[in-house]
Design a protein around this ligand. Structure first.
Ligand code: NAD
Length: 246
């Protein structure tokens, strides 16, 4: 059996749960050294105990801590920026705080992490950066995702600009745009509406394939983009959405 990420060091943000955790487990099984970043120390500890991922407890919105950590890291081959926050509502529901936090975590923290890690990739003339966007972005308009969609569209712009700037340096940059994926945070968001069954049914109904996506399905796409199998792919939005945007 070949191991797609043998000898590679991967950094994953938002690695404690959901898609990021699935990716951390899959990447570790593909023989990567996985540096798993999250706020949730307890969940990272189980990722370490069960899958050998190296835990990095870090608040991605804390500029100084991120800069200090990035200084200490050498030779990152793959950066998978998965952490994100979903703000609900229209523009009229969107407070300044919601707007600012959405951009802080989803966009600015991603920008700072890439800016810190990419010089090492340039020196080694290789790297794969994978950003986490969403179908709710410039891919399609989704009701009640005003601030979220603005951040996820910004991520697509950032991804394409990075891909254009670094294509001559052996560095690829691709975005993943999932439809609705069954994660614990989605479950929490469905419960928070107060009408679990109807909300869940509505989430399923918008995806013609007739179900929600699974984190491991998104992780497989991330593995493809992380590995040399995808060496001819850069600057693209990889949509994985059960036919929602078709
Ligand atoms: P999730 O919400 O379950 O987990 C996010 C993780 O990020 C958590 O472990 C959390 O602790 C961590 N995190 C949050 N703020 C942090 C911070 N400041 N510093 C460090 N870590 C922090 O994630 P998910 O539902 O799997 O979604 C992952 C990504 O995929 C997000 O960017 C999300 O927008 C995107 N996405 C999700 C779906 C979906 O339906 N689940 C669909 C499209 C896109």
């Amino acid at each position: 059996m070949t191991h797609k990420l043998s000898g590679k060091t991967v950094v994953i943000t938002g690695a404690a749960q959901g898609i990021g955790r699935s990716a951390a487990i899959l990447f570790a099984s593909a023989r990567a050294r996985v540096l798993a970043i999250d706020l949730d120390a307890a969940a990272l500890a189980t990722l370490e105990a069960e899958h050998g991922c190296e835990p990095v407890v870090l608040d991605l919105t804390d500029r100084e801590s991120v800069a200090a950590w990035a200084e200490s890291v050498e030779a990152v081959d793959v950066l998978f920026l998965c952490a994100g926050y979903v703000a609900y509502g229209t523009i009229e529901d969107c407070s300044d705080a919601d707007w600012a936090f959405s951009f802080d975590l989803n966009v600015t923290a991603m920008f700072r992490m890439i800016r810190a890690i990419i010089p090492g990739m340039v020196v080694r003339k290789r790297g794969s950066i994978i950003t986490m966007s969403s179908v709710a972005s410039s891919v399609r308009g989704v009701p009640d995702r005003f601030a979220y969609a603005a951040t996820k569209a910004a991520i697509i712009g950032m991804t394409k600009a990075l891909a254009a700037d670094y294509v001559g340096h052996g560095i690829r940059c691709n975005a993943i745009c999932p439809g609705t994926v069954e994660t614990s945070s989605l479950e929490d968001r469905i419960r928070a509406t107060g009408d679990y069954e109807a909300t869940r049914a509505a989430f399923i109904a918008r995806q013609p394939i007739g179900r929600l996506g699974r984190p491991d399905e998104i992780a497989e796409l991330a593995l493809y983009l992380a590995s040399d199998t995808s060496a001819f792919t850069t600057g693209q939005c990889h949509i994985i959405d059960g036919g929602w945007s078709n």
